[in-house]
Ligand binder design. Structure first.
Ligand code: AMP
Length: 339
């Protein structure tokens, strides 16, 4: 029986299904009932398993069905955001494409910072208490993700005023990170354990509301309207990096791969993203990573400039994942790409 690629209906599912089909694998959609009509429009799934929500991935009958069809789950951001990741890592018995333990590190801000530091990657300063703050900070409230629930403070005094007005009295769990002024870039990498190689498959930046709209409002009006930036992603915009910057990003990605091998064996497998702010072309700070497919890759379902250089037409991240699964399956190496 050929391998099936399964994914949950949200985030980057269309691309993952299309990639599986393009590589001749069976595409299985774990589809929330409320989104069936939407996913039907694209007719990409060879088989649909209806669920109520993403937590249903842990349901016994769902896992049994996936096992029967030799399913391999491709995880994406919804699993990180909406599932108790510890429970998922332990309780999900179906093979997962990638290193499932790394998802735990992605979901924990302190572990995340540790891994980036282990890789020798420059990260923003963090402050363990509001009293230590001596620069602009971005405040990431406990549980906040995807830019929702973040706010900016220009310094210590501004921070204490804002914390008070928010009624955040219990200051434990606040993540206070230096706000780095520069442009954000999100390079999408793929590490192939079969080839032992890192590939750059695309770069995007996020289109975030309201921060990306503030420049359209004159500064004096921003002041009188008392506008505060927020960082919620509504879409993604393609980027090509200056060619002279690419090598630096490759080196960072390779150090990241090595660090994951040391701290979270067997290390990263497949897609990951290094989320960076560039103060200047040679002054790059990394504030996050994702250890799975990121939604910015949805820009490149038909391939990016970099994917074109490596593979010719039509290589998306979803298809690259499916190709690795197919090649691993054909050479009896599935254990090298799944956990
Ligand atoms: P995240 O959810 O961590 O990816 O952050 C959401 C958005 O907040 C990012 O896309 C950036 O626009 C912004 N951001 C997060 N951390 C920083 C930082 N340390 N410095 C500057 N901007 C940041």
């Amino acid at each position: 029986m050929k391998a099936s690629v399964a994914t949950y209906g949200s985030h980057s599912a269309l691309q993952i299904l299309k990639g599986a089909k393009d590589e001749g694998l069976k595409a299985v959609l774990l589809c929330p009932r409320s989104r069936l009509r939407f996913y039907d429009r694209f007719r990409l799934a060879d088989e649909v398993l209806l669920v109520e929500g993403v937590e249903d991935l842990l349901r016994e009958d769902v896992q049994e069905k996936l096992t029967e069809m030799s399913g391999i789950l491709v995880p994406h951001g919804t699993i990180i955001a909406d599932v108790d990741i510890g429970r998922f890592v332990k309780g999900f018995r179906v093979p997962v494409f990638g290193n499932r333990n790394l998802l735990v590190w992605e979901a924990d801000r302190e572990l995340k910072e540790r891994l980036l530091k282990e890789a020798g990657i420059r990260v923003p300063r963090t402050f363990s208490s509001p009293d230590e703050v001596d620069c602009p900070v971005i405040v990431k409230l406990p549980g906040a993700e995807g830019g929702r629930g973040y706010f900016l403070a220009s310094g210590r005094e501004d921070l204490s005023k804002k914390l008070e007005s928010l009624g955040v009295r219990a200051k434990a769990g606040l993540y206070l990170q230096e706000y780095v002024v520069g442009v954000t870039v999100y390079p999408h990498f793929f590490y192939s354990p079969l080839k032992g190689e890192v590939e750059l498959l695309g770069v995007d930046r996020r289109y975030e509301t309201n921060v990306d709209s503030l420049g359209r409002i004159p500064a004096s009006d921003q002041l009188s309207l008392r506008l505060q930036p927020t960082y919620e992603v509504v879409g993604n915009i393609p980027i090509v990096l200056r060619e002279s910057m690419l090598e630096g990003f490759y080196e960072m990605a390779e150090r990241f791969v090595d660090a994951t091998k040391r701290l979270v064996p067997p290390g990263v497998i497949g897609p990951f993203c290094i989320e960076a702010v560039c103060r200047s072309p040679d002054d790059v700070v990394v504030f996050e990573f994702s250890a799975r497919i990121v939604a910015g890759t949805n820009l490149f379902i038909n391939g990016s400039p970099y994917a074109y250089l490596l593979y010719g037409d039509g290589m998306s991240m979803g298809r690259r994942i499916a190709r690795e699964i197919r090649e691993a399956f054909e050479t009896s190496n599935l254990k090298k790409v799944t956990t």
